[in-house]
Design a protein around this ligand. Structure first.
Ligand code: SF4
Length: 253
């Protein structure tokens, strides 16, 4: 993994994600290296890694907490911020740099709401901050129940079982939890529902949008059916039926 320390001019970025006003991305690049990642376009903003392979570099915005503190102090209204939209805030480098942890401390001290979306159990390290935040919600991305599928499409991300365990631990501490079933990879929806449902308040569902990046892998693995619009629609319908009232509004597209 190539790690580069960089500085940033802004921390809070306006968002068009439904229900999210601001996003914070402490890192440019993502060590989880999901093959279908939607965020690979972020390389165009890099001075160092425009031609690097996604998943093999991370740029660490070392001054981001200081910038965030200035921005929070200037804001007249309290808001909510999501960590993160184009990287995983708990990717492996976070263990050393703790940028996400520092941002959470600041958001909490300024009374801001906190939303987290991650694939990593490392989020449990910050339970001490999340428990006392005014409104904290933690989402775990769980796009399949099948850890072999995960290993092939998300080779450097934590196992599915550890994500379920993470939800359990967070919920046991009174933190609001949800799951992002996205993109809908090859899966057994009934099993996925059984694994997730007891540990979350709600789920969001979205289909695989960046198919070209992974077409060849799906073909090699005999998963062509999971690339079709019918698979996306049917899987969504089955999941919506299984999760019923737990399906969040934004995922009903
Ligand atoms: S965790 Fe998210 S941002 Fe990171 S590689 Fe996977 S899909 Fe992309």
């Amino acid at each position: 993994m190539k790690i580069t320390e960089i500085s940033t001019k802004s921390a809070l970025v306006r968002s068009r994600i439904p229900g999210v006003r601001f996003v914070i991305n402490p890192y440019l690049g993502c060590g989880h290296g999901c093959r279908y990642c939607y965020a690979t376009f972020m390389r165009q903003y890099s001075h160092f890694n425009r031609n690097s392979r996604w998943g093999e570099f991370v740029e660490v915005k070392t001054n981001l907490p200081a910038v965030l503190e200035e921005e929070l102090a200037r804001k007249r209204k309290i808001g909510t911020a999501l960590l993160s939209s184009v990287c995983d805030p708990y990717q492996p480098v976070e263990r050393e740099y703790e940028l996400t942890r520092q941002c959470l401390k600041l958001l909490r001290s300024y009374g801001w709401g906190i939303q987290i979306l991650t694939r990593s159990p490392l989020v449990t390290r910050d339970i001490d901050i999340l428990t006392y935040a005014i409104d904290a919600r933690v989402g775990l991305s769980i796009p399949t129940d099948n850890d072999r599928v995960r290993k092939i499409l998300e080779p450097d991300s934590p196992p599915i079982e550890s994500r379920i365990e993470t939800l359990k631990q967070l919920k046991a501490k009174g933190i609001r939890t949800w799951a992002f079933i996205a993109p809908t990879l090859p899966m057994d929806p009934v099993k996925l529902h059984r694994l997730i449902s007891p540990h979350v308040e709600y789920v969001m569902i979205d289909s695989l949008n960046y198919k070209n990046q992974v077409k060849h892998i799906f073909r090699e693995e005999g998963w062509e059916h999971a690339l079709t619009p019918e698979y996306a629609r049917e899987t969504r319908e089955i999941l919506q039926k299984l999760f019923g009232g737990q399906v969040g509004r934004e995922s009903n597209r």
